[in-house]
Write a protein that binds this ligand. Structure first.
Ligand code: ZN
Ligand code: ZN
Length: 414
């Protein structure tokens, strides 16, 4: 019995043979790693192509944090687990509903199932908004860097976190918030040594700094030091990202924004449509709630055709899909998206109304995500893989590859 694989959401996972750590680097466009390696500040990441495995994968749409973190820990797309953004419009209640509550989750996580099967499991997230979703049903350690001072045995499986790590509580808008996640992971590996660990950072740095800049390289150098430390402690490490990140500006650094609600109101009249940006969350200072994905609820069928035609002609728009098309192509739950799904081109973002976005907090040119242009993410391992599936790789394959297909260290995998 103790050697049986763990079955969850139609997939099977071997039990960890060594402490196994999956790291989700928020907003990690592949170029950040490439540039840090070229600059010589990331020696651990630099040697992965020689002694580990360097692959790329596609994240799920929308390329936002919650849908992807939930896909990674469940091993399935949003059509199965149900979390397709930070918000959806509850038509019955007639209001926009925050999807941060675990009651919106439709699938158990690999983490909770592994704990159920007798493995010791730990989860550390940067922001607290993800903690409840990622830790749902989990018997083990689960806390956020943001609320690390509140962590206690009863609710989080561990107390005295600040003292154990030896760091002060980080600010929610800082590189420190993510460093705290890594420091916590290293501390847990060296003390409790959980069988399975999930570490998830925040993209504060990536929203601010382009690949190869001093701010970005310093952040990747920091992560590299912790990854090396965890590698030297004998962990199997799988690294991926929830999504990439792109500049969303013109050549003068001005944001390329299409305000969808303003545009639709002008064409169809007020209150005929409701534009919802699932990126919107309580922490918007670094991106002004602007991303490259939006969903539109339309009052009547005649307006639907007009809205689709109009949106398809807009300069910043890449794709306009009906609910059924978006559900099929992007693997989304149809009951939690609008009548239309709109994605923006690589250098553009979608807003609601100009008056509803506070851009005062943007002290650097806008960088964001949400579209198909931020779907390509790294998929890295500190072990050779014994085999790689001959199909489109996804970031939510990371637990499968780490648990089912890693060979010995520096090993003789195929
Ligand atoms: Zn993210
Ligand atoms: Zn972001």
């Amino acid at each position: 019995m103790p050697y049986d694989p763990i079955h969850v959401n139609g997939r099977s996972y071997a039990r960890p043979q060594a402490p196994t750590i999956v790291v989700c680097i928020d907003g990690c466009e592949q170029e950040y790693i490439n540039q840090a390696v070229q600059a010589g500040v990331a020696p651990f990441l630099a040697q992965l192509s020689a002694r580990g495995s360097v692959l790329a994968a596609d994240c799920v749409m929308p390329s936002f944090t919650n849908p992807n973190n939930l896909s990674i820990v469940t091993g399935v797309p949003p059509s199965v687990h149900g979390i397709c953004g930070n918000y959806f419009y509850d038509a019955e209640a007639g209001q926009e509903v925050l999807m941060n509550d675990p009651r919106y989750l439709r699938a158990p996580s690999i983490l909770a199932s592994a704990a159920e099967a007798g493995c010791s499991v730990a989860v550390v997230t940067a922001k607290d908004k993800l903690r409840a979703l990622l830790g749902h049903g989990l018997r083990g350690i689960c806390f956020s860097a943001e609320k690390a001072d509140d962590a206690n045995e009863k609710d989080n499986g561990i107390g005295d976190v600040l003292a154990r790590i030896g760091r002060p509580l980080p600010s929610v808008y800082s590189a420190d918030l993510s460093e705290f996640v890594f420091a916590a992971g290293a501390m847990l590996l060296e003390t409790a040594r959980p069988d399975l660990m999930y570490l998830s950072t925040t993209d504060y740095v990536q929203h601010k700094f382009a690949p190869g800049t001093a701010g970005a390289n310093a952040f990747y150098a920091m992560m590299d030091r912790y990854l090396l430390r965890m590698d030297q402690a004998g962990a199997v490490i799988g690294i991926t990202a929830d999504h990439g990140m792109n500049a969303k500006t013109d050549s003068a650094g001005r944001p390329n924004i299409l305000f969808l609600q303003d545009a639709l109101d002008e064409v169809l009249g007020a209150r005929k449509t409701r534009v919802l940006l699932p990126i919107t969350d309580p922490y918007v200072v670094h991106h002004g709630a602007l991303g490259s994905y939006a969903t539109v609820y339309v009052a009547s069928r005649d307006h639907l055709a007009t809205a689709i035609q109009f949106l398809s002609r807009q300069d910043h728009v890449e794709r306009v899909l009906t609910r059924a098309e978006a559900a099929a192509e992007f693997e989304l739950p149809p009951d939690r998206i609008g009548d239309i799904v709109v994605t923006a081109k690589r250098l553009s973002v979608l807003g609601t109304s100009a008056s509803r976005h506070d851009l005062a907090g943007l002290d650097v040119p806008l960088r964001s995500h949400g579209g198909a242009s931020e779907q390509r993410v790294p998929l890295l391992f500190n072990r050779r893989l014994t085999s790689v599936p001959a199909r489109r790789l996804r970031n939510f394959d990371v637990f499968d590859l780490a648990l089912n297909r890693t060979g010995a260290p520096g090993g003789a995998g195929a």
